[in-house]
Ligand binder design. Structure first.
Ligand code: DGP
Length: 114
């Protein structure tokens, strides 16, 4: 998609601190980190959000989840614990309309979320 921030990051048109990428997904550090480790995992394919996933995207969700787990391992938070979050829509405060999974870790978090 031409006018999507995360598509532009995936295509290298906008700079980001990329920690992992392959043909399907890109992972980069959040510009406004909420925890010591805060990485976003996105599909290269433009999908607006969780609600827009189709049956054909099921493998891609697995790929995103597996990538998130690998990043947690690489960032050294797999043992201490981490949180994977997908915000979908206004009540969840999704601000970028391109599917992304937050990988958050490196400090004690609370529950429930605000
Ligand atoms: P959400 O609220 O779930 O849509 O989260 C979007 C996240 O994207 C938010 O934590 C900040 C991050 N973000 C927004 N713009 C940029 C950017 O240009 N670069 C990077 N690295 N992260 C961004």
């Amino acid at each position: 998609m031409t006018d999507c921030l995360f598509c532009k990051i995936a295509q290298g048109e906008i700079q980001a601190d990329v920690v992992f990428e392959d043909g399907d997904v890109v992972a980069f550090r959040d510009i406004n980190p909420q925890t010591p480790v805060h990485v976003l995992v996105i599909p290269r394919k433009h999908i607006v959000g969780f609600s827009d996933l189709t049956e054909g995207d099921e493998w891609l969700v697995g790929k995103i989840a597996r990538t998130a787990a690998r990043i947690a391992e690489a960032e050294g938070v797999a043992e201490s614990g981490y949180r994977c979050v997908v915000n979908n829509g206004p009540h969840a405060q999704q601000s970028v309309p391109h599917l992304h999974m937050h990988v958050l870790g490196g400090r004690q978090m609370s529950w429930p979320p605000g």
